[in-house]
Design a protein around this ligand. Structure first.
Ligand code: F6P
Length: 359
């Protein structure tokens, strides 16, 4: 009997997921293994079990497509993260049913493509005796033990494109533009997107900011003749020691952030008298075609996940360090988030080119 492996995409989607799936299928097919793709994340493992057999034909022509051909969810019965980063233990009956499904289908190992929350689920499955290999996915780039996740570059490219567009209108109207971007509790998207897109002020969760400082920077710029100011604000940015700002109602699962951009824009308008507009970039950052880098990373990650199965390195996650694809113990990767540090080289470079962090 040929070896059978399972694969699923879980959590928020991002560009590059299909490249990973195609990479997994090609590498597995080369070893004469069969690939079963579960639908809608881990949910496909539970009754009514939903899957489709993936082969080279069904994964042809998908690498450049955003989203995931398997579907995904960041809700449901396998959620391992709740509130603002709190951990949840999966009910034993859910794990038992997932194990039964995999055993019933003769699946030897499961490739789980997901972010911090989904890989925390994977760790729990591994502990329960299910052979898992993780692939780090998220636009937020907040998974520890990998210098990059796929999806991040595409999101940053989207931010830069938005800033390029906002620049021209901000300049014409002599306005302040506040662009709110995703990233949850990490400021990577704001930091990279803001630097590449020519932002004047970048607000990230890791560097609490002060509104007074933001007003001051805008006024100083005006005094020096700059009539427009571009502010990039991460959705998780915090004013001083204040809590996260969110306009979304509390719900089960992970907390939703969003709304800080408008709060900042309103305060700027009121204090500086500048015509100010807020733009929320939202899910545009998650949609669309992956960049070349994300197609390459995705393919390499998918191929390496199959190599790890061949080596029976279960409980490991594919990682990327110094341009090389390797692997780390999945538990180490999810034990903490990878956050921007105040003295990070990129933060320093931003300060050198007169970008303020509002601190
Ligand atoms: O983790 C990816 C991400 O896009 C975050 O940046 C964002 O806070 C969240 O997911 C949005 O989730 P949803 O798709 O449920 O709105």
């Amino acid at each position: 009997m040929p070896k059978r492996i399972g694969v699923l995409t879980s959590g928020g989607d991002c560009p590059g997921l299909n490249a990973v799936l195609r990479g997994v299928v090609h590498a597995a097919t080369a070893r004469d293994w069969e690939v079963v793709g579960f639908l809608d994340g881990y949910e496909g493992l539970l009754s009514p079990v939903q899957y489709r057999v993936l082969d080279k034909r069904s994964t042809a022509g998908i690498m450049h497509l955003g989203g995931t051909i398997l579907g995904t969810t960041n809700k449901g019965r396998f959620v391992a993260k709740v509130g603002h980063g709190g951990k949840a233990v999966l009910p034993p009956e859910i794990i038992a049913e997932a194990k039964e499904t995999l055993d019933g289908l003769g699946i030897d190992a499961l490739v789980t493509i997901g972010g911090d929350g989904s890989l925390s689920t994977s760790v729990q499955l591994q502990e329960a005796g299910i052979n898992t290999i993780g692939v780090p996915k998220t636009i937020d780039n907040d998974i520890d033990a990998t210098s990059m996740t796929f999806g991040f570059d595409s999101a940053v490219t989207c931010v830069v494109d938005a800033l390029d567009r906002l620049h021209t209108t901000a300049k014409s109207h002599k306005r302040v533009m506040v662009l709110e971007v995703m990233g949850r509790y990490a400021g990577w998207i704001a930091l990279h997107g803001g630097l590449a897109g020519g932002a004047d002020i970048i607000l990230v969760p890791e560097i609490p900011f002060h509104m007074e400082k933001v007003f001051e920077v805008i006024k100083e710029r005006e005094a020096k003749g700059a009539q427009n100011t571009m502010v990039v604000c991460a959705e998780g940015a915090r004013i001083g020691e204040d809590d996260y700002i969110t306009k979304h109602k509390k719900a089960a699962g992970e907390a939703r952030l969003g709304g800080i951009g408008e709060v900042v824009a309103d305060a700027i308008a009121e204090n500086t008298g500048k015509d100010t507009r807020a733009v929320v970039l939202g899910h545009l950052q998650r949609g669309g075609n992956p960049t070349a880098l994300d197609r390459i990373l995705g393919t390499r990650f998918g191929v390496h996940a199959v190599d790890l199965i061949a080596e029976q390195k279960y409980g490991h996650m594919v990682s990327y360090q110094n341009y090389l694809v390797g692997d780390v113990a999945m538990e180490d990767a999810v034990s903490q988030l990878k956050l921007v540090t105040k003295d990070h080289q990129i933060v320093q470079a931003c300060r050198e080119v007169d970008i303020s962090f509002g601190d």
